[in-house]
Ligand binder design. Structure first.
Ligand SMILES: Cc1ncc(COP(=O)(O)O)c(C=O)c1O
Length: 375
């Protein structure tokens, strides 16, 4: 059997032989100049037509695609750190996590391929799948026998895509089982860990590390806008896959780069002493979820995302209104974000919540639970 990634190598070989292969070269822009590989050049590749992006302003934007003049030197360090964080050879930053999803799946899955996607996957994954000409099949949420059955379908290549910690349920994908099924069926695994990254696993390495299966994930997709408190998205994978993304990923190529000050911010947050905050977050999460459970709420979440499933849409809106009237904002989530009839209040825990605020919130939830007949 040919190694799974041979088709990626073949595509790169084809680009090289047709003189269409591109690589990223880091630069620094200053007014009308751009410094590339230590050489200061006049920049005739900028889109800053009105010259409003001052070189002396701390929020310099450098509006251009990364393959043209937008590849600020700050990306190099950030991407090296993110690759190491995910134990992958390379990482590539996208303007948002949404675009990272669009960009990752679409470079790999083609006609005659099969994508298997968890039914609760985020909209950006669903949209990404739509960009490909592959056959898409949805498997029941975290249901391994359904996934196994659907993996039996004949196809050229198979891709499984799942979130790590599900954004609306707060549960972990069963990555210990999913990785085994992928190995057994020669399927690629793409993991969107927007909510597990920097939170779950050792040192916040993410949900695959939580299950100690990191090396069995082919592509990580994540957001810098959640636990890292910055902005942007990224993918981490082998050199070949990142090379292919640089060359063929339309949501990477045909858009302006993430502003360099945001890449710098992400790097700064990444290098901060996050571990203390991470452990604190898990403590607060336990405090809030145990508190809710002790009142009779049925809480199945395993993470900082704690949904209170109410079901009925109208009742959920009223529940949300009651919370607001009592000083709490927790967003009611309804169809199409979740299935009809599974409306919920999505509570997310952050380190901003002091013990006093958690006690105050629990008090409101206790009264709400009784008023709405939920507890
Ligand atoms: C699971 C998941 N993936 C991707 C994204 C998109 O991330 P970003 O906000 O960086 O575009 C989100 C954001 O809500 C998400 O929940």
């Amino acid at each position: 059997m040919k190694p799974r990634t041979d088709f990626v190598k073949d595509k790169l070989k084809h680009l090289k032989s047709a003189n269409l292969y591109r690589t990223l070269v880091y630069n620094k822009i200053s007014g009308p100049y751009i410094t590339i590989l230590g050489k200061k050049l006049v920049n005739l590749s900028s889109n800053d037509y009105l010259g409003l992006d001052s070189a002396h302003h701390p929020s310099q934007i450098q509006s251009s695609s990364r393959l043209i003049a937008g590849n600020d030197i700050s990306f190099e360090k950030l991407e090296k750190n993110l690759a190491r964080h995910k134990s992958k050879n390379f990482a590539l930053v996208f303007p948002t996590g949404y675009m990272a999803n669009l960009g990752a799946i679409s470079i790999l899955a083609q006609k005659n391929d099969l994508i298997l996607s968890d039914e609760l996957n985020h909209a950006s994954i669903i949209d990404a799948c739509k960009l490909t000409r592959a056959k898409k099949t949805v498997y029941k949420h975290n249901d391994m026998s359904d996934l196994e059955k659907k993996l039996q379908k004949k196809s050229q290549r198979k891709f499984v895509i799942t979130e790590g910690i599900f954004s609306m349920n707060g549960d972990y994908a069963r990555l210990d089982e999913i990785t085994k099924l992928c190995q057994k069926n020669n399927a690629f695994l793409l993991l969107d860990d927007a909510h597990g990254d920097f939170v779950a696993g050792r040192d916040g390495k993410g949900s695959a590390d939580h299950f100690r299966v990191s090396k069995n994930v082919d592509i990580y997709i994540s957001s810098l806008s959640k636990a890292l408190g910055a902005f942007g998205g990224y993918i981490a994978a082998s050199k070949e896959i990142i090379d292919l993304a640089v060359n063929t990923s339309r949501p990477f190529i045909y858009t302006s780069a993430l502003p360099s000050f945001l890449a710098e911010l992400a790097l700064e947050r990444f290098q901060s002493n996050r571990e203390k905050n991470r452990l604190e977050l898990w403590k607060k999460t336990r405090y809030l979820s145990d508190g809710l459970r002790s009142m009779g709420y049925s809480i199945e979440s395993q993470s900082q995302i704690i949904p209170i499933i109410i079901g009925d849409e109208k009742k959920t809106l009223e529940f949300g209104k009651y919370l607001r009237n009592n000083g709490i904002f927790a967003q009611p989530i309804r169809y199409p974000t979740v299935n009809l009839g599974s409306a919920r209040i999505r509570v997310s825990v952050t380190n901003w919540l002091t013990d006093d605020i958690i006690v105050q919130s629990l008090d409101v939830f206790e009264k709400a639970g009784r008023k709405f007949g939920i507890t």
